[in-house]
Design a protein around this ligand. Structure first.
Ligand code: ZN
Length: 361
């Protein structure tokens, strides 16, 4: 049996409080097992229905809880096994949306076309959205748990508006609903609530102008840890092609990080490994916990512990170590299960190596 890597706890030299250095967590999604849904697809078809599907989703969730624990991760997620897509999983529980008549829309500034539902009436939650999987997650691990929700700006960019006639107004309406669900998730025992806002990297000026404000509305009143994940998307071809057009330096974060640094959000998740993001942009997040992407989601190649530790070392030039969390660049949903399992282990092993290397640095 290979030796288990149990992350030790360190006293930070920078603070008198007991802190765990380089905690590990994933951005959110993990691949669905082939018996649950079509593998390696972003919008997979389910392989069961009704009560069988509900059970299969929880079985898959349990499998990934165990895999994250076995790898040695500190903050555990549900791997988003119960939703077909990270945005539409939430929308399915919202009244005022017409799913019957989807329309084609260019999303993320026309990077790709998708068939999206339409907002046709005032928005209201039909009831709880993620109670089942959040409570299931809480019941099956002793570790801290994280739950992900789509951010208001990204939702607005993934539905067609036939009612509000104003992106900001619609984003604020969604933010209120997200807040309702987030407060309920907190009551379910969730430790970290993360909003996913890939749209922040596409509409930078709007993100700084009203996107962060909508995000704070969604997080209003939460006393658990709050986080935002901003990435360059899943490792799918449309995103790989888009990244090629962004030049040798990706400075999108530069526009929105100052607004986030001034916000009430606790943690910011960003891409780092194999990206063209200049590491010094992380310095703009002064005072925040930074979830540094040390695992590439656009390649099936599993990172070595050394590569992961090297990436942490680069980020340490700009992020105080008590604020550095090791994470994946984005969700792992479209990858093979074997690669994702390998990457969970690489993440934990790399963080453990970084603790050895940089504990006294
Ligand atoms: Zn992402």
């Amino acid at each position: 049996m290979p030796p288990r890597l149990v992350p030790p706890t360190f006293f930070s030299n920078d603070s008198a409080s007991l802190l765990t250095m380089f905690n590990t967590t994933i951005a959110g999604s993990l691949p669905k097992p082939a018996w649950l849904a079509e593998p390696e697809k972003l919008w997979p078809r389910w392989k069961a229905e009704g009560a069988d599907l509900a059970q299969a989703k929880l079985d898959a969730t349990l499998l990934w809880i165990k895999a994250q624990e076995d790898a040695g991760l500190d903050v555990i997620g549900d791997g988003e096994q119960s939703r077909q897509h990270f945005v539409h999983g939430f929308l399915e529980q919202v009244e005022g949306i017409d799913f019957e008549h989807k329309v084609e829309m260019g999303i993320r500034n026309d990077r790709y076309k998708a068939m999206v539902p339409q907002v046709v009436a005032p928005l209201k939650l039909k009831g709880r959205v993620h109670a089942t999987e959040a409570r299931f997650l809480r019941a099956h691990t002793q570790r801290r748990i994280k739950f992900t929700l789509p951010g208001p700006m990204t939702i607005v960019d993934t539905v067609a508006d036939r009612f509000y006639g104003d992106r900001v107004k619609m984003a604020m309406a969604f933010a209120e609903l997200l807040n309702e669900e987030a407060l309920a998730l907190q009551a379910d025992g969730v430790d970290v609530i993360q909003f996913d806002e890939p749209a922040f990297n596409v509409y930078m000026a709007e993100a700084a102008d009203w996107g962060v404000q909508a995000l704070e509305r969604a997080a209003q009143g939460l006393t658990c840890t709050t986080a935002v994940h901003i990435c360059y998307g899943y490792g799918i071809q449309a995103n790989i092609d888009w990244k090629k057009t962004l030049g040798t330096e990706w400075r999108q974060y530069e526009k929105v990080f100052p607004a986030l640094a001034a916000s009430s959000i606790d943690q910011v998740s960003l891409e780092c490994i194999h990206s063209q993001v200049p590491a010094e942009l992380m310095a703009l997040l002064k005072g925040k916990d930074v979830m540094v992407g040390v695992i590439d989601v656009a390649s099936e190649q599993v990172e070595t512990a050394e590569e992961v530790a090297d990436t942490i070392g680069r980020a340490l030039q700009f992020v105080p170590r008590q604020h550095l969390i090791a994470c994946t660049n984005c969700g792992l949903a479209p990858m093979t299960r074997a690669a994702a399992e390998g990457k969970l282990h690489a993440l934990a092993a790399g963080a453990a190596l970084a603790r050895e290397r940089y504990a006294a640095a």
